[in-house]
Each structure stands twice: as structure tokens, then as C-alpha cells.
Design a protein around this ligand. Structure first.
Ligand code: DNO
Ligand code: MN
Length: 362
């Protein structure tokens, strides 16, 4: 397991590279050029700037999250060709600086969705919260109006340029079914994966968060069956998954550890975090500890360990603790604690394996 940590870039993150460097066992940053709109080719100059900064701290830049997919690709419009070409050029450039994994998602219009970025937990910390009924009740048009009035409601990953065109987007998706989305994803993969393979970069789709349709928009990377279908769309080791325990774990029917066991060789990148789910479908992000949430993090790490997981892992989101002011879900403290929990489990499993081998040899 190779531990990495998401960093939003100089001037765009409260966490600094020298802080990241001091988290035990972290070898690299998970990065992106967040100011480049989806669909555009990433400029080499900016890519090199990131490499220079990371190099200075001895951190690698092998994992990118995300190179976002233009809506025209998800919608299957003929204009997608130009955006797919740009995507290929970006893959080639990233390979030149040593990138090994590109995380992306195929969620129409929105990336992750929450109703409260600062919901208080029993211990006084705050965390990202999803109130199911509130989202279910929202009419897409009402959402468009609210976002124009309160732009601060947007989240990291919701690129402003996409949201500006929200009402047009809802209109465009009106006739796009789940099957259409599957076809558009297949079309994209058939073009991208050969380029990724030539450049030795693993493409790793992030599951939908939450893993069910929202605002009447289709969502397809949601469960075991669909991940299995996804992997067969282009059956190639360069077509993989960013297995996100928190996103998939928001649905109690998803057993993430089982997915690790089933798809191990197609997971180049693991997002590991916990969520507590309530009976009414609400969920809140908790500490990584298994007993704090509904997701069995110990079993998930055990599943990775059993499979000799040598891919990248990051703690994904954390709570906001000790008064830290940070990007929602992306503070330093709780994510660093999460890493120590993950290493604690991993190291104990490594030790047990060594001791068992040793006993077997005697
Ligand atoms: C949620 C986060 C996501 C993720 C993007 C990847 O679990 O990991 O915001 O970064 O969806 O494209
Ligand atoms: Mn994730």
C-alpha cells in the first residue's frame, strides 16, 4: 500500500507540502490543475510547476485526481471528439512527468453532493452530512436558482464553468437514460484506454457519491454489479477503479471489503474513509475508525492486505477537528489521524503474516 495525500495546490489549500511530508508513510500528493476547465488540454508549464514544488519536498506526483470529463462526452454529443482528443493529449503529458494513475468520474453535472458541510458530531467536531429527504425534495430548477443566489453552496470538484450552465445541462440530460450513459462511457473508454496503456497510466474511475441517482440525473458506478459491468466495457488492466469506501459505503447494501476481494487486480487507487448511515438514508462522514461508522474499515484494509495490494491509497475526507479552518472534508488533522489508523491495521497484519510464515518454517 503506497500512501498518498490529496493536495489542492499552492494558494488553493490550507494544508502545506511541508506538513504533508511529516505525515508518517506519505510518499506523494494527489493533485490536479484545478483551474483548468473540464475538456481542456492541461498546459505542460503548469504540470511542471507542480512537479517542481513536490520535488522540493521529496513527494511524488504519481496520482492525479481528477482529469475531469467534459459533459459533452457524458452526453454523447458529436462535439465530444475534440474533448476526447484533449484528454488523450493530457494523458500523454502526464506520463512524461511520471504519473501512473488518473482518477476521474462519470457523474452527470455534479461531483459529490452533501446538504451540510459542517454538521456537528457528538464530540463537537464537524463533518460533511447528507440529508436524503432534503435532496430528494429538491427540484432541479430550484437548485439552479439557489446556486445563483448562494454560490458558496458549491463544493470542491464542482467546477464553476459547469455550474454556470446548470439549467442548460438539466435540459440536455432530460433524454439521457442510464443505458445511454453506459454507451457514452464505453465510447470514451474505447478511445482513452489504448492511450493510457501506451503511456503506462492506469485509468481509475471514482464511484458515484452518493451511489444513487440525484436530481433525476442518471448515476451508474454505484454497486458491485455495475462495477463488474464497467470493468468488462473494456477488459484491460489499464481500465480500473478508484475504490472509494465512503462513496460506496453510503449504501448499506454495498459490502466494500467483498468488492476489494473480487476486483483487487483492477484497483490501482483506494480511497479509504468511513461514513455512518442512518435508517432514513442520511449519512455523515466520521473518523476512519470502524466502530465510529457503518463501514468495516478493518475488513477493507484486511482485504487489501490479503491481496498484496501495492497500489496507491489515500484517506479521502476527514472531519474538521481541533478548530481547524480548511476546505470542507480536506483538513490536515483528521486525515492524518486516518492515515495512522490505516497504517496501524496494515502494520499489524504485516507482522502477523511474518510471524505466521516464521512459525511455518520452523
Ligand atoms: C469523494 C471524493 C470525490 C472525488 C472525485 C473524483 O469521495 O473522493 O470528490 O475526488 O469524485 O473524480
Ligand atoms: Mn472518494
Amino acid at each position: 500500500m503506497r500512501m498518498v495525500f490529496r493536495w489542492f495546490g499552492h494558494g488553493n489549500d490550507t494544508v502545506t507540502l511541508d506538513q504533508i511530508k511529516q505525515i508518517p508513510g506519505v510518499e506523494g500528493i494527489v493533485w490536479a490543475l484545478h483551474d483548468i476547465p473540464a475538456g481542456e488540454e492541461w498546459p505542460m508549464e503548469q504540470i511542471l510547476e507542480t512537479r517542481k514544488m513536490a520535488d522540493h519536498y521529496g513527494l511524488n506526483i504519481e496520482v492525479v485526481e481528477s482529469v475531469n470529463v467534459h459533459e459533452d462526452i457524458k452526453l454523447g454529443l458529436s462535439t465530444r471528439e475534440i474533448y476526447i482528443e484533449n484528454y488523450k493529449r493530457t494523458i500523454e503529458k502526464l506520463a512524461q512527468v511520471g504519473v501512473k494513475v488518473i482518477c476521474y468520474n462519470f457523474m452527470p453535472v455534479f461531483d459529490w453532493i452533501r446538504t451540510d458541510l459542517c454538521k456537528e458530531l457528538e464530540d463537537g467536531s464537524t463533518a460533511l452530512f447528507y440529508e436524503k429527504e432534503k435532496i430528494d425534495k429538491i427540484e432541479p430548477l430550484e437548485l439552479v436558482r439557489n446556486l445563483t443566489k448562494n454560490p458558496e453552496l458549491t463544493m470542491p470538484g464542482w467546477e464553476p464553468d459547469r455550474l454556470k450552465h446548470l439549467s442548460n445541462l438539466f435540459e440536455a440530460y432530460k433524454d439521457v437514460s442510464e443505458e445511454d450513459l453506459w454507451n457514452n462511457l464505453k465510447y470514451f473508454l474505447e478511445q482513452i484506454i489504448p492511450v493510457a496503456e501506451e503511456n503506462d497510466i492506469k485509468m481509475a474511475i471514482h464511484p458515484d457519491d452518493p451511489p444513487w441517482p440525484v436530481f433525476g440525473l442518471p448515476r451508474i458506478i454505484t454497486n458491485r454489479e455495475n462495477i463488474s459491468r464497467f470493468l468488462k466495457l473494456v477488459d484491460n488492466p489499464y481500465n480500473g477503479v478508484t475504490l472509494c469506501s465512503g462513496s460506496l459505503g453510503a449504501n448499506p447494501d454495498n459490502n466494500v471489503a467483498e468488492m476489494v476481494r473480487e476486483f483487487a487486480d483492477r484497483i490501482p487507487f483506494a480511497h479509504i474513509r468511513n461514513v455512518r448511515i442512518y435508517e432514513n438514508g442520511d449519512f455523515i462522514e466520521t473518523s476512519h475508525r470502524t466502530s465510529d461508522g457503518s463501514v468495516d474499515i478493518v475488513d477493507i484494509v484486511k482485504a487489501y492486505h490479503e491481496n498484496g495490494f501495492s497500489g496507491y491509497a489515500r484517506p479521502d475526507h476527514g472531519r474538521h477537528i481541533w478548530g481547524e479552518k480548511c476546505r470542507p472534508g480536506y483538513g490536515l488533522y483528521d486525515r492524518a489521524l486516518g492515515i495512522m489508523y490505516l497504517w496501524g491495521i496494515w502494520d499489524a497484519l504485516e507482522r502477523a503474516k511474518r510471524e505466521a510464515n516464521h512459525a511455518g518454517n520452523e
